[in-house]
Every structure is written in C-alpha cells, then in structure tokens.
Write a protein that binds this ligand. Structure first.
Ligand SMILES: Cc1cc2nc3c(=O)[nH]c(=O)nc-3n(C[C@H](O)[C@H](O)[C@H](O)COP(=O)(O)O)c2cc1C
Length: 219
C-alpha cells in the first residue's frame, strides 16, 4: 500500500513539473516569437525607409535568379479584382540597352553630359519595362503597386533601382519601334515606365526629405 502511495505521489510530482515546464517553455516560445516578429517588422520598415533611387550601377547585370524573385514579388502585389493587368519585360541584353541609348542620345544629345554616362537607363545593366492595358481603370494603379513591390524586394537583396518615366517617349518614338516590338507587349497595352535595376556603384544617396504634413488623421 505504502509503495502504491509513493508511486502515486511520484506520478503527481512528475505531471506537476511537466506542467510548469510546458508553461515556462510556452511563455518563452511566445516571447521569442514576439521578439522575432518585432525584429522582422524593423527589417521591413528599414528596407522601406532606406530605399533610394539609384542612378549609378556596377556593370554586371542582376542575376536572373534574383530577378525571378523580384518579378514574383511584383506579381504578388495587390491588384484590382486580381486581373493582374500588367505586362513586365526584363531586358539585360547589352545590344538592346546600347541601341536604345544611341536613339535617346540622338534625340537628347545633352544626355552625354551626365557624369559617368554609360547608358540611357541611368547606367543600369538590367531594365524592366512595365506596361498596362490602354483601356483599364486599374492598370496604372496595379502597375504602380507591382513596381514598388519589385523595387522594395530588390532593395532587400542589395539591388538598387530607379523608376524611369523618361524612357517612355523614347521607346514610343519611330526610331525605337523595333525595340518596342521586341518587348512583345500584348495587343492594346501601352508602356507605362521602365525600372532600372542593378548593383549600386558608389554611395547610396541620402534620403530626399518628405513632407509629412501631406497625410494626417481627420477626427
Ligand atoms: C513615375 C515615376 C517616374 C520617374 N522617372 C524618373 C526618370 O525618368 N529619371 C529619374 O532619374 N528618376 C525618375 N523617377 C525617380 C524619382 O525622381 C524619385 O523616386 C524621387 O525623386 C524620390 O527619390 P527616392 O526614390 O530616392 O526616394 C521617377 C519616379 C516615378 C515614381
């Protein structure tokens, strides 16, 4: 009988210690999860606040593996009714970039005066062309969101970027027609902008100030 009681007491003790351990480890797991959530949030916010338009790049193109991830992040952007009204064409072919640069220089000879001028795409070795349907109420919003996802995901991998609206009139000019055609945009799509991508050369520019008074609560 005594032995049975001792065994019973032992079982109760083991269960009790187990419960304390479980609740301690539950708490520490929760704490660890909270800490890593805060750390992840700080990383995301830092990524957004430190992104800058980069206008000088190393010569080597962005690796196609990394660009595939950048494209995937772009395509997971919110978009109206999930119609995905965008077309993205990534170009890292030096002949394409050099030929469009030659056309742009012909049209705007002053481009050559830019410091370290190598190409019309702010010296980027990789360029994404972003297009949306000519007739679509959401295409431009969708593409804007896609573009920012692409640029932020790129930045998180150390890849710089710069939106380039100035590319559109050049690409739409008669001289650049063969290159616009090479992009194989779907029928009825218009080129909205290009995004330069590449590994930054030199210093990252300091943030351009933002006017925080442009957004506030209404009580
Ligand atoms: C629609 C659009 C078009 C732009 N076009 C050009 C351009 O043609 N050339 C250029 O150097 N930067 C261009 N930019 C980049 C802006 O100048 C830049 O985002 C802005 O000055 C804020 O600087 P930050 O990106 O470093 O924060 C463009 C940006 C947007 C959103």
């Amino acid at each position: 009988m005594k032995a049975l009681l001792r065994l019973g007491a032992l079982v109760v003790a083991i269960v009790a210690v187990g419960c304390i351990n479980v609740s301690v480890s539950d708490q520490s797991e929760e704490h660890t999860a909270q800490v890593s959530k805060r750390a992840a949030s700080a990383v995301v916010i830092d990524n957004i606040l430190t992104r800058r338009s980069i206008r000088d790049y190393r010569e080597e193109p962005v690796s196609r593996e990394q660009m595939a991830k950048v494209l995937e992040c772009g395509m997971y952007a919110p978009n109206a009714m999930n119609k995905q009204t965008w077309a993205v064409r990534v170009v890292d072919a030096p002949d394409f970039i050099a030929s469009v640069t030659a056309i742009a220089v012909e049209q705007m000879p002053q481009l050559r005066e830019q410091p370290n001028f190598r190409n019309f795409f702010r010296n980027a070795p990789t360029v994404a062309f972003i297009a949306c349907p000519e007739q679509s109420y959401s295409g431009e919003y969708d593409c804007g969101l896609l573009s920012e996802n692409m640029m932020l995901s790129a930045w998180s991998m150390g890849i710089g970027s710069c939106c380039l609206g100035s590319v559109v009139p050049v690409m739409n000019s008669d001289a650049a027609k063969p290159y616009l055609e090479r992009l194989q945009l779907p029928e009825g799509y218009k080129l909205l902008m290009a995004i330069a991508f590449g590994y930054p050369a030199g210093d990252i520019p300091t943030p351009t100030p933002r006017d925080m008074s442009k957004g506030y609560y209404i009580e």
